[in-house]
Design a protein around this ligand. Structure first.
Ligand code: 13P
Ligand code: SF4
Length: 305
């Protein structure tokens, strides 16, 4: 089946099911093109909390769909491919958080939204790459456990001047972007600005003009007078940047920064998800209620900031 007829079928079925399609900025171009909402983790969790749709088809990775299921328990949340996980989210489990809390009983726990629901139940507040600095700034406790991303944690610690208790988590995709990649792209495109994601290593962040979430990059790219940008994050975002800014040029800092999990979703799987109403992501009630507190705190926080 060609993409056009696939898209037609998806659109018809989407109407019938009263579904909304939420798509992360790293998804394949053809999946980005069918999005009702395309965005970063923060924007997509806001949309998941607000939509009146009966069904949410989440084209992203598992923790994102799980967050939607926590925020919208009356809706059916579907993932086109249930195997689309986030390796970073699996680097910390609830046991590890409990152990850290035993060691640091006075500490507040700030969890990156890239965590499982179980980890969120042990957390005081969540954050995303778009609001991590502000969330940490707002936490009153003298001690703060920040997890799982040690590089985002390091970045936030530098920005806030707060000493954070970190764990050994990281994004294997952003780890592929090296300082040398930025240096050689800067030599090749001397007029270009460098935008990087805060999951990058400190040596890469040190060479950047701006450190931003994925949607932060999209907004910045639109507003900037500069015509060329080197992009230090997963390469899927280049499609959106180029589509929204046809008069500008975007170069990936590293062509190998590809998240294989994000790429598991495709148009066929979106269609099957709507046809068969699978794969449903559900969170058991007790876990959901506890995890929701930490997410709600983040959402309330970013509404007033
Ligand atoms: P954003 O929230 O910036 O889109 O990041 C999500 C993610 O998984 C980055 O690797
Ligand atoms: Fe997880 Fe990294 Fe993929 Fe984002 S890019 S979903 S953090 S593995």
């Amino acid at each position: 089946m060609n993409n056009l007829s696939l898209v037609e079928k998806i659109m018809k079925l989407k109407e019938k099911r009263k579904a909304v399609i939420l798509v992360h900025n790293y998804q394949r171009p053809e999946v980005q093109d069918i999005a009702d909402y395309l965005g970063d983790s923060l924007e997509l969790s806001r949309k998941a909390a607000q939509t009146d749709a009966k069904v949410i088809v989440f084209c992203g990775v598992h923790f994102m769909a799980e967050t939607a299921a926590i925020l919208s328990p009356d809706k059916t949340v579907l993932m086109p491919d249930i195997n689309a996980g986030c390796p970073m989210a699996d680097m910390v489990n609830a046991e590890k958080v409990k152990e850290l809390k035993r060691k640091h009983p006075e500490a507040a726990v700030v969890s990156y939204v890239n965590t499982t629901a179980e980890v969120k139940t042990e957390s005081d507040v969540c954050c995303t790459s778009a609001n991590a600095t502000e969330v940490v700034k707002s936490v009153k406790s003298r001690e703060i456990i920040f997890l799982p991303d040690k590089y985002l944690g390091h970045y936030v610690s530098c920005r806030t001047g707060k000493n954070l208790i970190l764990v050994n988590g990281y994004c294997p995709v952003h780890l592929k972007i090296l300082a040398q990649d930025i240096k050689s792209k800067k030599e090749k495109y001397p007029g270009a600005e460098v935008l990087v994601h805060p999951e990058c290593i400190p040596e890469v962040i040190a060479l950047a003009d701006k450190t931003l979430s994925t949607s932060g990059m999209c907004k910045y790219a639109k507003d900037s007078k500069v015509k060329e940008m080197i992009i230090g994050t997963e390469v899927g975002i280049i499609y959106r940047l180029q589509k929204e800014n046809p008069d500008k040029k975007f170069y990936p800092a590293s062509e190998i920064a590809i998240c294989p999990n994000m790429k598991l979703n495709n148009l066929e799987k979106v269609l099957w998800a709507l046809e068969d109403m699978k794969f449903e992501v559900k969170v058991e009630k007790e876990t959901r209620i506890k995890a929701k507190k930490a997410i709600d705190k983040m959402l309330q926080f970013s509404r007033i900031n």
